[in-house]
Design a protein around this ligand. Sequence first.
Ligand code: GAL
Length: 375
Amino acid sequence: MTFALAACGGGGAGSGDETTEPAGNGGDTAAAGDQTIGVAMPTQTSERWIADGDAVKSQLEEAGYTVDLQFANDDIPTQTQQIDQMILQEVDLLIIASIDGTALTSQLDAAGAAGIPVIAYDRLINGSENVDFYVTFDNYNVGVQQATSLLVGLGLLNADGSENPDAPEGPFNIELFAGSPDDNNAGFFFNGAMDTLKPFIDAGTLVVPSGQTDFDTVATLRWSQEAAQRRMEDLLTSTYTGGEELHGVLSPFDGISRGIITALQGAGYGPTLEEGLPVVSGQDAEIASVTLIDQGVQFATIFKDTRKLATESVRAAQAFLEGNEPEANDTDTYDNGVKVVPSYLLESDIVYADNITELLVDTGYYTAEQVEQGS
Ligand code: GAL
């Protein structure tokens, strides 16, 4: 009672009585419990995005926010409608993992006009002033790691990525796959990988027999497993029917890796690495691929801990909703064509058969049973 009177007695705004505000509820902003955050995720066909959605939703709810989580089935009009709807419902903030990084300009204009902060989640949104923050991984380095794992698998580098003085001379035949051309990340992955492979290609240690090395030719729309399988089958018939052997494939995503592996096995390679299956890289540590790695089928993947990405997006959301700027650790790299978007980048790890337990089981990402069963 005394406290309430004292607070009232302090008078109006600017009277210096801000200490009576609940902690963390900066100034005039509503309490977290009154705020709703719209979370737009691309698809449920890939398990990583389900994990992302779950992690973001639960961590936001723990922080006291209400969450409207939507998946768009990898369909651009569905995602634009979902975001339109969230803006119409006056969400307080948007977290968006886009399908096509260039297709959301009018939604972002509307969000900007309504004063709704927008956080780009994992994938940058291009061509808009109204992207306030970007949480992601060091995408160029993910590409470096993908190529590194391929080189390790071929024996050209040691497992720690250092040079192998006893490396075989080769030449090794490889083929290249990139991600979806409308996803800003795909170019970063491919550039990081190609910068790493280039010295070996220039030296003649690695050869790309199909001659398909430019991004547009090797890209895989919507990261489709089926499209990757078809392209691998086509490459095998166009280039590898005269006795040439394929030794490795650069793959930017586990779904694509599994499509490639199916095509290779269908053409008589393997079925395991030991039995001659080419070395295939990956990304996302999807459980189906982790199990294939454990079984000696897929060679490696890149683990990007979605729990940490969710934590960073929640931290950024909280900062905006409390009237602050989130902390960035990169303010140079991610130019979306209109501005450089302040970003928070996380580190990723290469998963091989011998560190699955350390990276994925001991950290609670998967159980040993899940790794064994592949689901
Ligand atoms: C990218 C993402 C990758 C992978 C891919 C396919 O944007 O960074 O980790 O998930 O999409 O979903």
